[in-house]
Design a protein around this ligand. Structure first.
Ligand SMILES: C[S@@+](CC[C@H](N)C(=O)[O-])C[C@H]1O[C@@H](n2cnc3c(N)ncnc32)[C@H](O)[C@@H]1O
Length: 303
């Protein structure tokens, strides 16, 4: 895209989109046209639909310079969600940056399962979302269940800053609280009706095979779950029962090959009604289970 000098070509919206898509396609980037549209609409401050309406509009030099800068970053495999600073999840627009994992569509299954398995619980239930990252699971759940009290925790103070900002922007402040801590260290001494987590579960071997977008840009703390990917899942399975009411639900996102191991692990910890749900692509994605006994004692002095 040559834009300097006296013989400048006139770059219309459509010409720029075609040029970027071709460049991205040649570099093996998935969905090149979509990504081109996301970047150009970001710079022009318009919707993707508006790009069609304005397809013949010429771009000015400052717009082209900003687009070139974004294209250069994408060529270095920086994920498009970090370039635009946003990603849609469960119908809400979340702000994201390098401090948090980019919410994946597959994780919407975790929210669905959590909602479905607590449908008959109290109107004033209590939820704990471990490993909250951008706060996507906690906030999406809280928006569906505004009468519930939701606590969301993460070990990363950087991630919690992003999560708090998302709760503020999405109007989920009054019933969602964020705390920092290593898994249950930040939990309240009062049992929950629901515990969710999308923990780091990528194995060391898988980590060597992930795309450069993920490997070079997303936080490794959010991804790696040890040799077999189950380090954090094992810890959650062992401790969750002590933090659930009788009949409380634990729902965990897992890697698609971890369904059987996680099921066995939860059954070994005394959970019943263990279920493995599949994501939109048909892969095992969420393991959920019920704890038959109350774990922690209610402490009315707390809060
Ligand atoms: C896979 S990301 C999930 C983020 C978000 N919930 C989502 O679904 O996109 C895992 C998150 O777990 C956090 N984490 C990793 N180890 C942790 C630990 N020991 N205790 C609490 N959080 C942890 C990371 O900081 C990261 O934000």
């Amino acid at each position: 895209m040559q834009t300097s000098g006296a013989q400048d070509a006139i770059w219309t919206v459509e010409a720029v989109l075609r040029w970027i898509s071709g460049d991205f396609k040649a570099r093996g980037i998935d969905s090149p046209r979509l990504e081109a549209e996301l970047l150009v609409s970001l710079v022009l401050g318009c919707t993707r639909i508006q790009l069609i309406v304005d397809r013949d509009r010429p771009l000015v030099a400052t717009e082209l310079a900003r687009i070139r800068e974004l294209v250069a970053r994408r060529r270095k495999r920086e994920p498009v969600a970090y370039l635009t600073g946003r990603r849609e999840f469960y119908g809400h627009e979340f702000r994201v940056d390098r401090r948090v994992l980019i919410p994946r569509p597959d994780t919407e299954t975790l929210v669905e399962v959590a909602l479905e398995r607590t449908r008959d619980h109290s109107l004033f239930g209590r939820m704990l979302d471990l490993c909250t990252g951008s706060g996507n699971v906690a906030i999406a759940f809280a928006k569906e269940r505004p009468t519930w009290h939701v606590e969301a925790t993460d070990i990363s103070p950087d991630a919690l800053e992003v999560a708090r900002m998302n709760a503020l922007r999405l109007g989920a402040v009054w019933n969602v609280r964020f705390r920092r801590g290593d898994l249950f260290d930040a939990a309240a001494p009062r049992p929950y009706d629901l515990i969710t987590a999308n923990p780091p579960y990528v194995t060391l071997r898988e980590m060597q095979e992930v795309s450069a977008d993920v490997r070079d840009h997303e936080p490794h703390l959010a991804l790696v779950g040890g040799e077999d990917g189950l380090d954090v899942i094992r810890r959650i399975g062992a401790q969750a029962g002590a933090h659930l009411v009788a009949g409380g639900v634990l729902a965990l996102e897992i890697g698609c090959e971890q369904g059987d191991a996680t099921r066995a692990l939860l059954e070994g910890e005394g959970f019943i009604d263990v279920r493995v749900d599949r994501d939109l692509g048909g892969r095992p994605r969420v393991v959920s289970a019920v704890h038959p006994e109350s774990g922690a004692a209610f402490d009315p002095a707390w809060d």
